[in-house]
Ligand binder design. Structure first.
Ligand code: AGP
Length: 606
């Protein structure tokens, strides 16, 4: 998730205005930044690694004396943060510059094809192929827009693009496919950006660009066309009455609520990770004698769910460990036959990093999953995968959890395929299930009002209990962590079968017990646990499958998930109502869900 912006002005200088737009898009990515414009017939690019202010003080990126320009603030997905990998990217001859947000899935094939015809690449990004493709089509197409259309038709994946060219210096061409891009129009000029906040101080006259459409922006005109056939589309602007802060949260009250709703999109990006990385991980895991999954907090819960999948799908035993306990408990077992798979959205959590370092010093191979390419974890890893969730502003991890469990599931399936541990039909069913997850989560988001009502009704309770079985012990623990860290309520969570061995003693009349209870192999046993709790006067809040007939009869509150979700994929969907529950109880208590007390987004101390 990066931020892109493009501006065509009637008068003045575009540099400083693009700079301010990028500042307002910084929440979308902040590891490198750049601007470009056509000046005296040449494309001038200013870009570097680092936060916007740092790069500005070094390179004065805002000093671009031109009327037309583009800019980008980056959240790395392909190629670690560096000056070369920063956007804008250009072609071989400097006739085209492009900024991109999204993931081009077939970039490796396109790059190979272009290198075979003599193109030279300067970066390790997927985005640079666009500049070279357009360069290629400018050889046969007269119009810049037609060369862009031809090039875009070769791309597979998600992309929001803005391009400029020396062949049409008054134009910006922007294209959208499954990645956000909006247009703004005003008397002084026209704008495109990843999000409305970018140009809101200049205009609130918005034009939406739909998927598979492009727009040609000049200072006094915006024309929209279908990419496929170039057909012209007339679309009137509408006005938005937002202030910038609201706009940054795109109308949501808090980043956390926005990020809960972003999960279908962030999951689509996680699913787009090139299979080559999954295979590389599976290859390494398949050779290992011992495998440890290490992480903290929410990431640890993702590794717990993964441990269940490694055992049941790939038939491989792995040991999930809370990172701060790893060295004391397992250091003696670590050797060159050991693989450590570390999971950290920030990639900077001190406990996880020191566990990784100690394992590496003992010869272990390090695999990493992080949401932050270029982070310390990715640099310590022999192989790493970026989970592509984009920056998560809320301290409480939401979209990064669902992306982590999904990426981990894809790794397990790649390993199961390598070990022929599953029948092809089972593998394909789960792979198509993963492709459907974003839609299932979109449907689950519709339960928001139901959960809000439950939060209203039970929000005064002094404690909650979360129970699950099998893979959803992890979901119950994660749901509890969300409530605990946001509402400061001392909630408990357990494998449901453990209840008789102790904590059932705290259950009394009206005590809310949340059950994560899909109709999987644990269903009949969890019905018993529901009855145990009910017999002690608990209020049963159950999250169940669409067609469950038994547990709802025993429950005081029921949240139903859409049909068809395979049990192995249930944590990514079943966590969503628990994210809402924690959010609405915190808001009801008057707490700020984005910045809970005593917590930091990245815990860089032991
Ligand atoms: C989760 O909501 C918390 N922010 C926290 O538990 C977090 O998951 C933990 O600190 C691990 O962070 P990481 O994924 O960046 O390593």
């Amino acid at each position: 998730m990066c931020g892109i912006a493009g501006i065509a002005l009637k008068s003045g200088e575009v540099g400083p205005i693009i700079y301010e737009c990028l500042k307002r898009l910084e929440y979308r990515g902040y590891d490198s930044v750049g601007e470009a414009a056509v000046i005296n017939g040449k494309i001038v690019v200013k870009k570097d690694k680092g936060k916007i202010d740092e790069v500005e003080s070094k390179l004065k990126i805002s000093s671009l004396p031109a009327l037309v320009g583009i800019g980008h603030t980056r959240w790395a997905t392909h190629g670690a943060p560096s000056a070369e990998n920063a956007h804008p990217h250009t072609d071989c001859k400097g006739t085209v510059a492009v900024v991109h947000n999204g993931i081009i899935e077939n970039f490796m094939q396109l790059r190979q094809e272009l290198e075979n015809t003599g193109h030279t690449f300067k970066s390790r990004t997927d985005s640079e192929v666009v500049a070279h493709l357009v360069e290629e089509y400018l050889k046969t197409e007269n119009e810049f827009v037609d060369a862009v259309r031809k090039a875009v038709k070769r791309l597979i994946g998600a992309y929001a693009l803005a391009l400029i060219s020396t062949t049409a210096p008054e134009q910006i061409i922007c294209v959208r496919k499954e990645s956000p891009l909006v247009l703004g129009t005003s008397k002084t000029g026209n704008y495109c950006a990843s999000d409305i906040p970018a140009f809101l101080p200049m205009t609130n006259q918005i034009i939406l660009l739909e998927d598979d459409e492009l727009a040609v922006l000049t200072a006094d005109r915006i024309s929209i066309r279908r990419v496929d056939d170039g057909e012209l589309i007339v679309r009137e602007p509408f006005s938005v009455n937002w202030n910038v802060e609201t706009a940054v949260k795109t109308g949501y009250a808090h980043f956390m609520l926005k990020e809960i709703h972003e999960q279908p999109a962030s999951l689509r990006d996680a699913i787009r990770t090139h299979p080559i990385y999954m295979d590389l991980m599976a290859l390494t895991l398949n050779k290992a004698k011992k495998i440890f999954l290490i992480a903290c907090g929410t990431s640890y819960h993702a590794s717990l769910a993964a441990a269940y999948l490694f055992a049941n799908l790939a038939r491989v035993q792995v040991t999930p460990v809370v990172a701060s306990e790893f060295i004391d408990n397992y250091a003696a077992l670590i050797d060159p036959d050991t693989v450590v798979l570390a999971i950290s959205q920030s990639g900077e959590t001190a406990d996880t990093l020191s566990a990784v370092r100690s394992a590496r010093d003992r010869g272990a191979t390090i695999l990493g999953i992080s949401n932050s390419i270029g982070s310390t974890l990715t640099r310590l890893s022999d192989v790493y995968i970026g989970q592509n969730s984009g920056p998560e502003m809320g301290v409480a991890a939401t979209k990064t959890f669902t992306a982590q469990v999904t990426v981990l599931t894809k790794i397990v399936l790649a390993l199961a395929r390598k070990r022929q541990a599953l029948r092809t039909t089972e593998l394909e069913a789960l792979e198509s299930g993963i492709a459907q997850l974003p839609d299932w989560i979109s449907e689950t988001l519709l339960q928001e009002e139901t959960v809000k009502r439950i939060a209203e009704k039970y929000g005064e309770n002094a404690s909650f209990c979360y129970l699950g079985r099998g893979i959803n012990v992890a979901t119950a623990l994660e749901g509890r962590l969300k409530l605990l860290e946001l509402s400061y309520l001392p909630a408990i969570a357990y494998p449901a079968g453990e209840s008789k061995h102790g904590f059932i003693s705290v259950i009394e009349d009206g005590y809310p017990v949340v059950f994560v209870a899909p109709k999987d192999e644990t269903h009949s046993k969890i019905i018993g646990n529901v009855m145990e709790m009910k017999a002690r006067g608990a209020k049963i809040i159950s999250i169940v499958d669409w067609d469950d007939e038994e547990i709802p009869k025993l429950s005081d509150e029921v949240i139903r998930l859409p049909p068809g979700i395979p049990a192995a994929l249930s944590p990514a969907a079943y966590i969503v109502p628990l994210q809402f529950l924690a959010y609405y109880i915190a808001v009801r208590k008057g707490y700020d869900p984005d910045f809970p007390r005593n917590l930091a987004k990245s815990v860089t101390v032991h």
